[in-house]
Design a binder for this molecule. Structure first.
Ligand SMILES: N[C@@H](CCC(=O)N[C@@H](CS)C(=O)NCC(=O)O)C(=O)O
Length: 210
């Protein structure tokens, strides 16, 4: 298996962490999907990473679909819980954490534009999603060690990755002070091997022209 990733991407990180947790052999190929020479062409009509490539099979894209597929390939450990209620709860956390990251990406891109083209209303709209989404994650976690059912699931992959993505791309938000339970959670999980090996790092992207 090959996985096309970008080093800052929280969506690629989901697949990178899950492949490691399931101990599936794979090769990581680093791309910059925002650049003109991106590897995503002809592999994902949406032009986004992550993309999972397996010989003789159609490329798979979108982190949720890739993780669901990986749960079929190797059920141990299972990322989407079998119990219906736990499954929904895990997916709600996944969608919230991914949604916070979506808003962080949009703020980052808006701030990459020329100052005269930036919309402060748009930035504020996205920032509200970041703050409200993080509060929701904190409320759902409470004092627990894992988001769902005392097990490491996709909810933890996404929740933890979202917090470190905030550190990388939205550092003005001091979520550690605002939500001490999220800080404790981060301390509990920060030494996990799959997280240590996939810590997000910035990439240089071609500037947007207008
Ligand atoms: N819903 C997608 C989101 C993937 C995504 O937005 N990836 C970004 C990198 S962080 C990307 O490739 N963007 C390139 C573009 O939108 O042109 C997923 O979960 O895989």
């Amino acid at each position: 298996m090959k996985l096309i990733i970008a080093t800052p991407s929280p969506y690629a990180r989901k697949a990178r962490v899950v492949l490691r947790e399931k101990q599936i052999d794979f090769e990581e190929i680093v791309d910059v999907p925002w650049n003109r020479d991106t590897l995503t062409k002809n592999l994902n009509p949406l032009g986004k990473i992550p993309i999972l490539i397996e010989e003789g099979k159609e490329p798979l894209f979108d982190s949720k679909i890739i993780v669901q597929y990986l749960d079929h390939v190797n059920q141990t450990p299972l990322m989407y819980p079998k119990d219906p209620l736990d499954n929904i709860n895990a997916r709600v956390i996944e969608t919230t954490a991914d949604g916070v990251c979506d808003a962080v990406v949009l703020v980052f891109l808006e701030n990459s534009r020329k100052e005269t083209l930036r919309s402060n209303d748009w930035i504020q709209r996205q920032e509200a999603k970041i703050y409200e989404g993080t509060k929701y994650l904190s409320d759902c976690l409470g004092t627990k060690k894992y988001f769902v059912d005392d097990h490491f699931t996709i909810a933890d992959v996404c929740g933890f990755s979202c917090l470190e993505y905030l550190d990388l791309r939205f550092a003005k938000f001091d979520w550690r002070t605002e939500y001490p339970n999220l800080e404790s959670y981060w301390h509990i999980h920060k030494g996990r091997q799959s997280f240590l090996e996939t810590k997000p790092t910035a990439q240089i992207i071609e500037p947007l022209e207008d």
